[in-house]
Design a protein. Structure first.
Length: 488
């Protein structure tokens, strides 16, 4: 559902180099953790030019295919984890101590009163204000500023020694021997010393019985996963937004608290054992769901939408070279159609939609406009693959799934992730301006078509979420069970 399982050329190039990176650099240790795994996120950024340039290198890709190292994303996940030799360290844990990413702040306040919850995140947010008495916060940026040079001096000296020896031995390597890599690697490795220091310090201070995080791909997500192995702490991956291989692999989680059947199957395809996967729904959607702040009549009046018009929402995504296609599709809709398009821009969408600004049937809203005012008052929502599709479906809105041509992009478009809603048959699929017209015209002229889209929506929700109302309670139940299981 969230990207194909077969290894494409992009993944072959990218993860073959990651495999070699782990093979050659995992022996360098920082506080007992392999440095290559600690800086994987930065390495993936560093190798982007290499991957981009070699996607058309037929000879190299053919050579990598012949190595037959991995055929599926599950093979990649399995093999990358094989390099992690981390000696375990005993630590008495506090059964009431929980480390929770700040994305779960609402869940914590609602379901974990009575526990010593430490909410963590990169920067200060409103969710850290007025915490319950037994809760605490750990803000990484603040903690890093507190680290003194003397706190990490010995580890820094030892790390420099290991780096120097390793790079000298790889002077003739076609990639790791290049001047660019030999300059980049020491800086990248030294830059994470304070990160490992503050995260290990947090574990020593709180002695957690569990760590729960929505994504393992961040710098701190990877380090937490390695520290969880070191101190034998249950590490739980509980996604709050749509996931893909880029935010998963390699995955060190002991357990996965997923939305429902689709996500569970996707993880199983990546060789995650089904006993590690629990279906709990999405608590984020439960807490973020809001009532509209205004009536539909006021919404129409404020945006000057005629009463007889069908209202179609469009939630954009930051695809600069793609949104111009959708702009053209909307421009091509005949002027006699009784429809208004309400465009809610993504906060990172820099496209101006200049061609739509003078179109009276298009209302362009800023990213700051309340999302749920749009979702509640549109008749249909269209998007490419935005998480807003799930939120709209949950409150009863049918969907149109836009599938324009999305050019390759190292981070945003490199597999079938952006087709996940279309593959899940979440709504009517639109691939060009002709199909957009046909879909809109059917909605206006054939009332029964709306029912067809609703049936698709209902089947999609059934396959996607095990529950839409009990997710917080299910999460609490499974987290408590995991804590008990590992406390015996």
């Amino acid at each position: 559902m969230y990207g194909e399982n077969e290894v494409n050329d992009y993944h072959l190039l990218k993860y073959s180099l990651v495999y070699d990176f782990f093979l050659r650099f995992s022996s360098i240790k920082l506080y007992g953790l392999p440095i290559a795994q600690c800086i994987l996120l930065r390495f993936l950024g560093h190798i982007q030019p290499y991957v981009d340039e070699n996607l058309s290198n037929v000879a190299l890709i053919r050579k990598l295919r012949r190595q037959n190292r991995f055929q599926t994303m599950g093979d990649i996940n399995e093999q990358l984890l094989s390099f992690e030799d981390i000696p375990s360290v005993s630590m008495v844990k506090n059964r009431k101590s929980i480390l929770l990413a700040d994305e779960y702040s609402n869940l914590a306040r609602d379901q974990f009163i009575g526990y010593h919850v430490t909410l963590f995140g990169v920067r200060d947010k409103d969710c850290y204000q007025h915490l319950p008495q037994e809760f605490s916060s750990y803000i990484f940026r603040d903690e890093i500023l507190k680290v003194l040079p003397g706190d990490v001096q010995l580890e820094r000296q030892e790390l420099i020694k290991q780096i120097t020896q390793k790079l000298q031995s790889l002077k003739n390597h076609p990639y790791f021997g290049t001047e660019e890599f030999q300059s980049w690697f020491p800086k990248a490795a030294l830059s994470v010393i304070k990160w490992v220091y503050i995260l290990e310090k947090l574990i020593h201070q709180t002695k957690p019985s569990i760590i729960v995080i929505p994504s393992e791909a961040s710098l701190f997500g990877a380090i937490f996963g390695l520290l969880a192995k070191k101190y034998q702490i249950p590490y739980v991956n509980a996604p709050v937004v749509t996931i893909g291989d880029q935010v998963l692999i390699p995955s060190r989680a002991n357990y996965y608290l997923v939305w429902g059947g689709n996500q569970k199957q996707w993880l199983m395809d990546r060789k995650i054992h089904p006993t590690k996967i629990m279906e709990v729904g999405n608590s984020g959607f439960f807490y973020e769901k809001k009532e509209a702040t205004q009536s539909k009549e006021v919404f129409r009046h404020t945006l000057n939408i005629p009463q007889e018009h069908l209202i179609i929402g469009f939630t954009s995504q930051p695809f600069f070279e793609t949104n111009n296609q959708i702009e053209r599709w909307i421009q091509a809709l005949p002027s006699n159609l009784s429809v208004t398009i309400v465009l809610k821009k993504h906060r990172n969408d820099q496209y101006e939609y200049a061609g739509l600004k003078s179109n009276k049937r298009v209302k362009i809203l800023p990213s700051s406009y309340p999302l749920y005012d749009v979702l509640h008052h549109v008749d249909v929502l269209m998007t490419i693959g935005s998480t807003t599709a799930f939120e709209a479906a949950i409150i009863g809105k049918p969907l149109l799934i836009l599938q324009p041509i999305i050019p390759y992009h190292y981070k945003l478009s490199h597999n079938e992730l952006n087709a996940h809603l279309a593959k899940a048959k979440a709504g009517g699929v639109v691939k060009n301006e002709k199909e957009l017209y046909e879909q809109v015209n059917r909605l206006i002229t054939q009332p029964s078509y709306l029912n067809e889209l609703m049936e698709l929506r209902d089947t999609f929700l059934e396959n996607t979420f095990v529950t839409q109302t009990n997710a917080p309670a299910l999460l609490r139940t499974h987290i408590k069970q995991i804590i008990m299981r590992h406390s015996q």
